[in-house]
Every structure is written in C-alpha cells, then in structure tokens.
Design a protein around this ligand. Structure first.
Ligand code: AP5
Ligand code: ZN
Length: 214
C-alpha cells in the first residue's frame, strides 16, 4: 500500500504515519525527519535545508524530489510506504507522479488530516521532540513516562526550533498557499480521503484504518 499523508504542520501526520507504518509493516518516509537527521549530522544538505526550515519556509523542490524518488525505489519500499511531509507543492506531486509512471506504479491513498489553525497553534507549543531518536511527544496529549526524558532512548526532549509561535504562524501561511492546493490535486485523481484530525489520536487512527481497510 502506498500512502501520502496531507495536512497542516502539527495536524498529526507524523503521529499517524508512524502508527500506520507499524501496523502495515511498511516504511515511514518523513522528509522533515530526513532533513533534521541531516542537520544533526552537519551534512551539506542539512546546512542548506536549515536556512529555510528555521524561517518556516519550504526547502526548494530540487533538494527534495530526487531524495524521495531515490528512497521509494529502495528494496524495503517494494511492499509499499507512507510519505509524510511530501509532496508539499504541486511541482513535487507532479515529479512524484512522473517517477511512479516511469515504473508503472501509482499512489493508493492521499489522507488529509484536518485540524483548524487555532488548534494547531496550541498543539505546537506543547510538542517536544527527542534530540536522540526524533520521537515526538506532547506535554498534555502524549506525555512521556518521565518528564523531559524520551521513553524510547532516554534522550533529552526539546521544543523544535520551528515550533516557536511566530514560525508556526509562518508555516501555516506557507501551508495554505503552497500545500493546500494538493487537496484538489488528489481529489481529481480520486485518491483523496479526509479525516477529522482534531479528535483523540486513537480515534483518528481508527478512522484511518477504516479507510485503508486494515
Ligand atoms: P515536517 O517535519 O514535515 O513538519 P510539518 O509538516 O510542519 O509537520 P510537523 O512535523 O510539524 O507536524 P505533524 O503533522 O507531523 O504533527 P505531529 O504528529 O508531530 O517539516 C519541517 C520543515 O522541513 C518544513 O517546514 C520545511 O521547511 C521542510 N520540509 C519538509 N518536507 C518538505 C518538502 N516536501 N518540501 C519542502 N520542504 C520540506 O503532531 C503535532 C503535535 O500534536 C505532537 O506533539 C503530537 O503529540 C500532538 N498530536 C498529534 N495528534 C494529536 C491529536 N489527535 N490530539 C492532540 N494532540 C495531537
Ligand atoms: Zn529518543
């Protein structure tokens, strides 16, 4: 199964994508996670991406598309995969379609996780990310067992640089302008499914499993 997660920053794409990937036994491919790992490792790609990410802007398409197209052709993607944070612009979606057409494949679902902007701002302020493994928590909605310490690896938890309120506002603006048009793009392809992302995470997950029929 090949799935795209759509939705505003903080809508819960990453949270749901991890759960679906685990349930379906397919890789979770998050472009945001890939960039953050590159930043942490001080790579050239990481250095370039950071200048955009810190401002709440999208990384240029040419730095993203080849990376994803290469990734989905690796062996572990044969059974399917879940894309989280990609595509984010119409040109990215077109380049994905072109790459898939070339190998005779197509995406099965684009799941749009819908959350009103005012809830997003509240959620982002409470999100905490592990510096060690990148796991995501929330102070109120997904707390760790021990305050400030990652349940998975024992790493320290931090507020992501781009989760500061002024950057969140900027990211929301960028989302509405550049990413939201993908909703119609995938509606026209007949693969769009919409879920209410403002309810409890487990209920969002159930709704998605229902759609996927798993
Ligand atoms: P990326 O990491 O993809 O960020 P994003 O899309 O802004 O998404 P987030 O990770 O912020 O949110 P999410 O929807 O995954 O929410 P989460 O599950 O964590 O990208 C970062 C940056 O990288 C971009 O700004 C851009 O610069 C660059 N980039 C990445 N991909 C790119 C691309 N393709 N092209 C160009 N640039 C790209 O949930 C949020 C919080 O809410 C968590 O704390 C969670 O615990 C909590 N939560 C989740 N669900 C619920 C619920 N149902 N109820 C209550 N709380 C919940
Ligand atoms: Zn961790």
């Amino acid at each position: 199964m090949k799935i795209i997660m759509l939705g505003a920053p903080g809508a819960g794409k990453g949270t749901q994508a991890k759960k679906i990937a685990e349930k379906c036994g397919i890789p979770h491919i998050s472009t945001g996670d890939i960039f953050r790992a590159n930043i942490k490792n001080g790579t050239e790609l990481g250095k370039k991406a950071k200048t955009y990410m810190d401002q709440g802007l999208l990384v240029p398409d040419e730095l993203v598309c080849d990376l994803v197209v290469d990734r989905i052709q690796q062996d572990d993607c044969k059974k399917g995969y879940i894309l989280d944070g990609f595509p984010r612009t119409i040109p990215q979606a077109e380049s994905l379609d072109k790459a898939l057409q070339a190998i005779g494949e197509k995406m099965d679902y684009a799941i749009d996780v819908e959350v009103p902007d005012e809830n997003i701002v509240k959620r982002m302020g409470g999100r905490r990310a592990c510096v060690g493994c990148g796991a995501t928590y929330h102070l109120v909605y997904a707390p760790t067992k021990k305050e400030g310490i990652c349940d998975v690896c024992g790493g320290e938890l931090i507020l992501r640089d781009d989760d500061k309120p002024e950057t969140v506002q900027k990211r929301l603006g960028v989302y509405h302008e550049q990413t939201q048009p993908l909703i119609d793009y995938y509606k026209n392809q007949g693969i769009l499914r919409e879920v209410d992302g403002s309810v409890d995470m487990e209920d969002v997950f159930k709704e998605i499993l229902n759609i996927l029929g798993v």
